[in-house]
Design a protein around this ligand. Structure first.
Ligand code: ZN
Ligand code: ZN
Length: 375
């Protein structure tokens, strides 16, 4: 399992070498994206007026945030990954398998870039993620509706420039190359009903973004913590802070310059720990170069976009959330498909037939069923 998990993050790990102190990558624990409890990693949900829903990135912590939005999981079936860093794909497993537990019966569809080599592509990552969860998946067969456990991957060439990678139901999504960590990072441009959304995932400022995201209604671009924050709060040495903060990522002042040039109706900056003490520093840096409409994203921030206006507000969420029912209808599992236990384990069961009978009787009475415990 761990071997496959390591392979799942091949692109991520190889892209960190030489950019950060990677001694911590050699241990078996691979949860190396760091996040605050109040701020999950990269994930943007797009809900269109026609009911379609899309995820851009699926970073660690996003599955829990999506559940809190109380959307039936059948709608969370289209995920577009900009690159394969753990802070952008870390909850793919939770959305995939947790989504099934949360009543998603629709198969999961994932779009993501190829890499310079096969092992750096989205397909390779998903194949190994599937293998990582072999025990999990096989143990669910016959016990639950497992249609949602299938993943369909569409891997496209990371070098595509503004070419269509998705077109259904009046929605068009295009891909442009991004410059981040390794070849195989991309940004997305979505168009629907005369509205345009651009999403950078992670990138250094680049010519493709400048050329193709002009006139975006909403332009979401990474805006990393200012180098000063990386030195003072994250304890990076200045050399590392400047490399990571201005070369691997886009600093706030560079973000401002990018937005001043593409001039969206609303610029959205994300990817720094947006807190009471960091926001003034980031904002001051952005305002050196950009004076247009701006939101600095935090979890549950919502932009309502129409041709007339863009409203920024906060979603009301429910922290005591239970799964929403499937909108497609759950099928009864076929118990004959269960893999089951060895005789060694099965023979260790301690049975309480009278207790079980009582449980079954109560359910049968309340729900009008006629079920009996297995013999
Ligand atoms: Zn990244
Ligand atoms: Zn990132």
């Amino acid at each position: 399992m761990v071997e496959h998990l390591k392979k799942t993050y091949t692109w991520d790990v190889d892209g960190r070498v030489g950019n950060t102190d990677t001694r911590g990558l050699s241990i078996e624990v691979t949860e190396f994206d760091y996040k605050l409890p109040k701020q999950a990693a990269s994930c943007f949900l797009v809900e269109l007026g026609n009911g379609d829903k899309f995820l851009f990135d699926a970073g660690t912590g996003s599955a829990e945030r999506l559940s809190a939005m109380k959307i039936p999981m059948d709608y969370i079936d289209k995920i577009f990954l900009g690159h394969l860093h753990s802070d952008h794909i870390g909850d793919l497993d939770a959305i995939w398998i947790g989504g099934v537990v949360g009543n998603r019966v629709a198969p999961l569809r994932v779009w993501g870039p190829s890499g310079a080599e096969e092992k750096y592509g989205t397909k390779y990552m998903v194949e190994h993620l599937k293998k990582t969860y072999t025990w999990d998946v096989d143990g669910r067969v016959g016990n639950t509706d497992t249609r949602g456990l299938s993943i369909e991957v569409t891997e496209f060439d990371y070098k595509l420039v503004n070419e269509i990678i998705y077109q259904e139901n009046g929605v068009t999504i295009r891909s442009i190359p991004a410059i981040h960590a390794l070849d195989g990072s991309v940004s997305f441009i979505m168009e629907w009903n005369g509205l345009k959304l651009s999403f950078s995932s992670d990138t250094y400022p680049n010519k493709w973004w400048m050329e193709h995201t002009k006139n975006s209604d909403l332009a979401i671009h990474e805006c990393f913590a200012s180098p000063k924050i990386l030195i003072d709060k994250q304890k990076f040495p200045p050399q590392t802070a400047l490399n990571v903060g201005t070369q691997v990522h886009t600093s706030p002042a560079q973000f401002g310059k990018v937005m001043a040039e593409i001039n969206p109706r609303m610029a959205v900056g994300f990817h720094f720990f947006n807190d009471y003490d960091t926001q003034p520093i980031v904002l001051a840096d952005i305002r050196e170069t950009y004076d247009g409409a701006l939101s600095l994203a935090i979890d549950y921030m919502v932009w309502n976009v129409t041709k007339e206006k863009i409203t920024t507000r906060m979603a009301a969420i429910d922290e005591d959330i239970w799964p929403q029912p499937s909108v497609l209808g759950v099928k009864r599992p076929d118990p004959s498909k269960r893999i089951g236990f060895s005789k060694y384990i099965w023979d260790g069961r301690v049975n309480y037939p009278e207790v079980l009978k009582n449980i079954y009787d109560k359910i049968n009475k309340e729900y009008g069923t006629d079920l009996a415990p297995p013999q």
